[in-house]
Design a protein around this ligand. Sequence first.
Ligand SMILES: [Zn+2]
Length: 442
Amino acid sequence: MADQWPRLFNEKMESLTVDRINELHNPLFLKQLEHVSKHSPLYQEKFKAAGLEAGDIKSIEQIDQLPFTVKSELREAQMRNAPVGAHRAVDIVDLSRVYSSSGTTGIPTYIGLTQSDIVNIHAEVIARFAWGGGIRPDSIVVNIPTAPFIADTFREGLEKMGAVNFPTGFNTDRVISAFKYQSANALHSTVSFWSYLLKEIEKAGLDPKKLGIRRIIGGAEGGTKAVRPLIEESFGATVIEGMGMGEQACIVWGECVENRGRAGMHYMAQGIVHVELIDPETDKPLEIKEGATGELVYSGLIHQAMPLLRYRSRDHVRVVGVDRCDCGRGGMRIEVLGRYDDMLTVLGVNVYPLAIKDVATTFKPRLSGQIEVQLEEPGTAVKPPLKIKAELGEEPGDLKELKKLLERELRARLIFQAEVELVQELPQYQYKGKLIRKLYEE
Ligand SMILES: [Zn+2]
């Protein structure tokens, strides 16, 4: 398709190669460090506890001398200095919004933003991500809200890049009408909604290809590898996924249309979030090169309301490339292996629930692709067999055979012994799938 638009939304930033990143980030990092030292009660305490004085850190090369920040600290910090918490580094007059996110532990976590945070962080990364997904200023994007935070920031990101934002809500009639009667040609929604929409369209007797949906973008949920070819084929669309975190930037990683599903997700937050790769056992930084695996650690660079330095993501990733992609992006690309917090070991083999879900998803339509790992005892070392509930799909076929096949496939691909229980329905979690159920009292 001839494209009258530039290749990248922010060519200067996105085309930067890995070896040039520190040059760009150094002055931003030093300014951010000064901001948190002066205004963030949390970091004033943390630096004092670590014996750090202002001026000790003179360059981003010394970032590993700063203490890490972990999620539980924020949970504790948010109980002081409301709104947001002890990590708030601006006055309330400068604060524009506070979002609460559904915490997995029951207590919400809070995200505070200034106007600059909204426009220069979240809208900017979403504009880069949507552009990477083939959306252009002449695209009409049906934008289906998930949580308020994502709904708002996606609207602002799409508007920043000049695309037409077309919110419809979850009403499928309105979604279909937007494509059928209003020339909408792109879709942003959760990954789970793609399959749901496809079914509804087929139920209505419509040909999904004729609706004109050409670009689909969504947040990475895991277990989508097997679904994507079907979605792309059925709609005649390209599908790309992205990943980030509300506390830093709602997109830090995103695929591109040129290499979707193959080359991993591109780093997209140049000049906004600095990324380190560390060994989670030794906490030591790792060199970012092809094949390296470790935990992602994020430091905000231009964050005003709640700047966080060296924030542990708990995401276990592999660097799949640092060379320039066909799309023109120059930074590193990663693939997600799983979340360290979810990692289990069965007879010394590391097992991620996300990987189990990926395997279950390949059994569609016999299985729905939803799974839940059942843990009977505390601790992450599990005595085999690992108990897994898998939800039946629309055409399960012979159940005994299905159970055996899934157990065999898990053993072949993930090298552990599973005991599968097939169930009609697992509890639905709309936003982020909860993949582990603890059957013991905590
Ligand atoms: Zn690319």
